[in-house]
Design a protein. Structure first.
Length: 288
């Protein structure tokens, strides 16, 4: 399968590129700089893309993103939103204009599409939220409409926090009361999910690429400390996190989202690391 990857230099994209190449797929990177061999150029800020270079791919994976700051200022929100809409729409329109269109576009979205739900289970059919983050994810998904209208199968991955490298150790403290549900996925697992989505023609629209075993925050922190061989850290008070991080704390650290990967399971995907401890141990080995 000949696959184009936007964001191949990032945390997720680099792993996806390595996974697909190891499985015998041809990987081409979409880059902002002058392209080398095996690369195609785009400039989302200028609204330009090498449409001729987009010809002839079987699938496209878009996981490119600007860095998100620890606290969302009005300027940061504007930059994040502008980048998301520009990249999604530019790529979708470029692919739609191709004579030899790809069969599938896999585009990163986020779990923030859904509002905090307490203990309620979230599936792909669950309603979206109304916060700034939910609106960003909804509008970002809608920006791929040109590809769908051109007959390209579009899959929007509503990605949760990804376990990889130093991010694992940072999750060793209980947050607030610790009862909020945490949906998660290991980075290596996510690469397998992307490959499955590229091939599984029944998958279209939103997909929750999450472990089938979400855990509450207190259990998550306890598992991390046990695997790392550390003593449990101090609980981080909710009011302090909100004071320091504002909406970021409310949306990502204190919110409870108990997601299930219903569409993946329905299409026969088998998780390699379905439980938290095995996923953490695998990711730690992968970074040694």
């Amino acid at each position: 399968m000949r696959t184009l990857i936007a964001g191949a230099g990032g945390l997720v994209g680099s792993a996806v590129a390595a996974r697909l190449a190891s499985q015998g797929h041809e990987v081409v990177r979409l880059v902002r700089r002058a392209p080398d061999a095996g690369e195609v150029r785009w400039d989302p800020d200028a609204g330009t893309i090498d449409v001729a270079g987009l010809e002839g791919f079987d699938g496209v994976v878009h996981v490119a993103s600007v860095p998100w700051p620890a606290r969302w200022t009005a300027k940061a929100k504007q930059q994040i939103r502008a980048n998301r809409l520009a990249t999604n729409s530019l790529l979708a329109r470029g692919l739609a204009d191709c004579s030899h269109k790809p069969r599938v576009l896999v585009c990163a979205s986020g779990m923030g599409f859904y509002p905090p739900s307490g203990d309620q289970i979230i599936t792909e059919d669950s309603a979206g939220g109304t916060s700034w983050l939910a609106t960003l994810q909804r509008d970002g998904e809608a920006a791929t409409a040109a590809a769908s209208a051109a007959g390209i199968r579009v899959v929007n991955l509503r990605i949760p926090p990804v376990l990889a490298g130093t991010s694992i150790a940072r999750a060793a403290n209980r947050i607030g009361n610790g009862r909020q549900w945490m949906s998660w996925v290991g980075r290596d697992e996510l690469t397998s999910i992307v490959e499955h989505v590229l091939i599984a023609e029944a998958l279209e629209g939103p997909v929750n690429p999450v472990s089938p075993n979400p855990v509450q925050n207190a259990d998550f922190a306890a598992t991390v400390t046990r695997v790392l061989g550390r003593k449990p850290g101090l609980a981080l008070p909710a009011f302090l996190l909100h004071l320091l991080l504002g909406e970021v704390a409310d949306e990502f650290m204190l919110a409870s989202r108990r997601m299930e990967p219903c569409k993946l399971l329905a299409t026969g995907y088998q998780f390699r690391f379905p439980d938290l401890e095995s996923a953490i141990r695998h990711e730690l080995r992968a970074t040694v």
